[in-house]
Design a binder for this molecule. Structure first.
Ligand code: SAM
Length: 388
């Protein structure tokens, strides 16, 4: 296999040249190469490095597993760029990937802390029951087939990082697939990506619950074609039960944009909205916070001290996640709300200031450049937009 040498962060690696595997539209097409390396995921990997550093400082060291590794770039970067990594297992079932992983471990002089393997991800995770305090599931499509084994491999306290690229089912384009894969009904609204992330978290928490592990989200973002979620795991049946209280449904009126939440796995759901419209529902899903503000600020602090090429994009994204962290589930689209009162959209900053002056939570959201998050009732939002 012909390879080239590249660098990401501080890590050098051999990979098939990504520039050679492009669709006619110029996008990177992983299906065309035998071994996977996607340069567009650099932002995601950089943020993961800082998350892992915060986790390493919290847990006093890391025992990591990258079970779906491609050329091994994630695991290599964790081992090379995060201080406190005691052991890192990098696995991919492809034998071509395995050969490159071994060469890349040697290239970075990581033979003492990093081990390579080439078996099914579920096998390697189950063989290491309770051993890892950081597991990164970065599959093609959905992480669902690997979640049970990943939970069994987590130690008493550990971080589970998930990537999902099956955003179309999770966001309501293919609701039957979402129901089959995640046991949840999605909803196509302006907040469909946020709802998709909440579905993914709720599903992971239910699998965690089987293992008496409480999985609390500390950071979640939707970027380009993928969702990324970091869940802090704690072995505690009581804590897992508490998290279930923040699982429930989001009900949404298409006529007036009102939304309500109903906690519980089998709650009574509202049918008719005050405006006479009918509610549509999404759930069961996670209704609690997507991001822990204090944790995200620590991640931003770590990122700030690093020399990453995309650092400014990464910090802006995380600042927005922190800004919206304490808001309620789902956001409004400024153009859509202005359309309801037949007005052209006012400036976003004016709307946010006016909502805050009235005592409501208000912020932008990283999910959409025209979105705003607030706990104000829709009647108040409409009044403010009319007056803005
Ligand atoms: N984590 C990589 C990165 O950051 O570049 C990308 C991984 S790629 C999305 C998914 C990888 O999982 C592929 O290299 C594929 O060979 C591997 N894979 C798919 N199913 C697997 C399984 N059941 N067990 C182990 N590896 C698997």
């Amino acid at each position: 296999m012909k390879t080239i040498l590249l660098t990401e962060g501080k890590t050098r690696f051999e990979t098939p040249d990504p520039a050679k595997f492009r669709t006619s539209a110029g996008d990177y097409a992983p299906s065309l190469t035998k071994v996977f390396y996607n340069p567009h995921m650099e932002l995601c990997r950089d943020i993961s490095i800082s998350v892992a550093q915060v986790a390493s400082d919290t847990f006093n060291g890391l025992y990591l597993c990258d079970p779906l590794a491609g050329i091994g770039i994630r695991g290599l970067r964790y081992a090379n760029e995060v201080t406190g990594v005691a052991r890192c297992l990098i696995n991919d079932r492809s034998t071509e990937a395995f050969e490159l992983i071994k060469r890349n471990i040697a290239l970075n002089g990581l033979d003492n802390s990093v081990e390579a393997s080439s078996v099914d991800a579920n096998v390697i995770l189950r063989e290491n029951r309770g051993k890892f305090n950081f597991v990164d599931l970065d599959p093609f499509g959905s992480p669902a087939p690997f979640l049970d084994a990943a939970c069994s491999s987590l130690s008493r306290r550990g971080m589970l990082a998930l990537t999902a690229t099956d955003t179309a089912p999770l966001s309501g384009t293919y609701p039957k697939t979402c129901l089959r894969r995640y046991g949840t009904k999605p909803l196509k609204t302006e907040s469909c990506h946020e709802i998709g992330i909440r579905i993914l978290i709720g599903f992971a928490q239910r699998i965690g619950g089987i293992h008496e592990i409480a999985l609390s989200p500390v950071l979640a973002h939707a970027t380009q074609h993928y969702f990324r979620v970091y869940l802090l795991g704690q072995r505690s049946a009581q804590r897992a039960d508490e998290l279930l209280k923040e699982t429930g449904y989001i009900s949404y009126c298409n006529e007036c944009l009102r939304r309500t939440t109903s906690p519980g796995l089998i709650p009574e759901l509202p049918r008719e909205c005050e405006c006479g419209g009918k509610f549509s529902h999404a759930g069961p899903l996670w209704l609690g916070k997507l991001t822990n503000k204090a944790f995200t600020q620590q991640v931003i602090q770590d990122l700030t001290a690093r020399d990453f090429r995309l650092k400014h994009h990464e910090i802006s994204l995380l600042l927005r996640c922190a800004e919206e962290a304490d808001g309620p589930p789902t956001f409004y689209d400024l153009n859509e709300v202005a359309g309801l009162v037949k007005k052209s959209p006012p400036k976003m900053d004016r709307v946010i200031s006016a909502l805050r002056e009235c005592g409501y939570f208000a912020s932008r959201t990283h999910f959409s450049p025209t979105g705003f998050r607030t706990d104000a009732p829709i009647t108040e939002i409409l009044k403010i937009i009319k007056g803005a």
